[in-house]
Write a protein that binds this ligand. Structure first.
Ligand code: UD1
Ligand code: CA
Length: 486
């Protein structure tokens, strides 16, 4: 069955005091998405007609985040947090009159999957329920609402921990707070809620008892996967759920044909794409829109954000953001690729090299100790060790072009703006400030001058002078008299 729910309502107005944070709880991140982003993604997989997030604490920040991350979502404001029932009332007040299935979930339960919500709706429809609640059996249900069933196992009502007697508190089946409601049942139940309970709140959970009293069927989907019902209240739970989410993500990629040497130290955002026969070595973090193509090898110890690595490339101990690494290219170890780096097929960016807005052509190499920024480097170029592109004059950034098959000698400075023609050379140690023509050798350094006998005159009594004398003796074939430097 593929019923589209009339609406999914995500409750996210709570304060989250235990996070001890100036950031609203639902904006904390896990696996590359905010907590509320995970809730919205699960909801969106159901293709609901309406998707509403109830916001309260930190609502400006949450609303701005949603406008950016999920523009199709509408928000409803709950000024005061008068309870989960009140929160749903706030959402319904903002929506047109609904009929069909209304799903309610929380903004702080990030592992809940769209598949589980789908299964909840399917059971709700198959059993013609008025309400179906997602539940789980847990070892320690302290704090949760308990599922009270009759002698036949039918759900009677939910009792909050704080309102429960000793016997009810022994029930280990907990309310996840995730439900599928028939829209009429929800509306009619909400209209009759009272704050007649220990917390003085309007409890959404009371709608189940009311539905049952009205003669509607109330069902439960018991999940064996309690992680999917767990909320984040503090940072230690955030870390635990993050690890479990990552375990699930890495397992899914291994099943899809990716080799992950050490899943425990490999962190992959849910937004990342990997192809078959990718190898991820220990200590790799892949973030954002990163995409790794077939057979590429990443790691150990590399962090890639919004970076594309093409087929068969090898990236070792690298930090890359907004970079494109071409097929069969080599990067690392100890390379820093900043946004706008584009390395061509079979190119190389080596150790202690930093690049930014740098297009480096096919088969070109920047192998050692260089900075290349605001530069276009052609095909088959060799940039010698220690070359620096001086792109910044203190006020403006300027562009540098290095033509195809040009050879830049070690320890050169290319002072932008400058253009080296195709097929030219730069002598090692040059400070290049003007353009070259094809076939030129640019030499931009002082000519060498040797001052003969300087060490004899100015460094008497040193081991350097002894070495010089020994070398002269070897050249002339005579003996050196040890210590005869007076
Ligand atoms: C609620 C359920 C409880 C269930 C538990 C699961 C009720 C009365 N109780 O407990 O049976 O076991 O969730 O975690 O529903 N929220 C609002 N506005 C409010 C109150 C809450 O948006 O006025 C949001 C919170 O941001 C949170 C969610 O609703 O995302 C649950 O609120 P929380 O206070 O954590 O749950 P409880 O009410 O303790
Ligand atoms: Ca909670």
């Amino acid at each position: 069955m593929t019923t589209r729910p009339a609406a999914v309502i995500v409750l996210a107005a709570g304060e989250g005091t235990r996070m001890k944070s100036s950031i609203p709880k639902v904006l904390h991140e896990l696996s590359g998405r905010s907590l509320v982003g995970h809730a919205v993604a699960a909801a969106q997989s159901l293709e609901p007609e309406h998707l509403s997030v109830v916001v309260g604490h930190g609502r400006d920040q949450v609303t701005a985040h949603l406008a950016d991350a999920a523009p199709a979502v509408t928000t409803a404001i709950q000024e005061e947090q008068l309870g989960t029932g009140h929160a749903v009332q706030c959402a319904l007040a903002m929506l047109p009159e609904l009929s069909g299935v209304v799903v309610v979930t929380y903004g702080d339960v990030p592992l809940l999957s769209g598949d589980t919500l789908r299964a909840l709706i399917d059971q709700h429809e198959a059993d013609s329920n008025g309400v179906t609640v997602l539940t789980a059996h847990v070892a320690d249900p302290t704090g949760y609402g308990r599922i009270v069933r009759d002698e036949h196992g039918a759900v009677l009502r939910i009792v909050e921990h704080k309102d429960a007697d000793e016997e009810t508190r022994r029930i280990t089946e907990m309310n996840s707070g995730i439900y599928a409601f028939d829209a009429d049942v929800l509306r009619s139940g909400l209209a009759r809620l009272t704050a007649d309970n220990v917390q003085g709140e309007l409890y959404l959970t009371d709608v189940l008892g009311l539905a049952r009293a009205d003669g509607r069927r109330v069902g439960a989907l018991v999940t064996g996967d309690a992680w999917q019902t767990e909320g984040v209240n503090d940072r230690s739970q955030l870390a635990a759920l993050n690890r479990e989410m990552n375990r699930r993500v890495t397992t899914q990629w291994m099943r899809a044909g990716v080799t992950i040497i050490d899943p425990a130290t490999t962190w992959i955002d849910v937004t990342v794409t990997l192809e078959r026969d990718v190898v991820l070595r220990p200590g790799v973090q892949l973030h954002g829109s990163t995409r790794i193509h077939e057979g590429a090898e990443i790691g150990p110890d590399s962090t890639l954000r919004d970076t594309t690595v093409d087929r068969g490339a090898v990236v070792i101990r690298t930090h890359a953001e907004g970079a494109e690494i071409g097929p069969h290219a080599n990067v690392g170890p100890f390379s820093y690729l900043r946004p706008g780096t584009r390395l061509g097929k079979k190119g190389k960016i080596g150790g202690f090299v930093e690049t930014k807005k740098a297009e480096i052509g096919e088969g070109s190499k920047v192998p050692h100790l260089s900075y290349v920024g605001d530069a276009t480097i052609g095909d088959g170029v060799n940039i010698g060790a220690g070359t620096i592109v001086a792109n910044y004059d203190g006020v403006h950034k300027h562009h540098t072009t290095v033509g195809d098959h040009t050879f830049v000698g070690s320890d050169s400075v290319l002072v932008a703006p400058v253009e080296l023609a195709d097929g030219s050379y730069v002598a090692a140690g040059s400070t290049v400030t003007s353009h070259t023509e094809p076939g030129d050798l640019a030499v931009a350094r002082a000519r060498q001058r040797n001052v003969s006998g300087w060490v004899d005159r100015r460094r008497p009594g040193t081991s350097t002078l002894e070495a010089a004398r020994r070398a002269r003796a070897r050249q002339t074939g005579s003996d050196v008299v040890e210590g005869s430097d007076q």
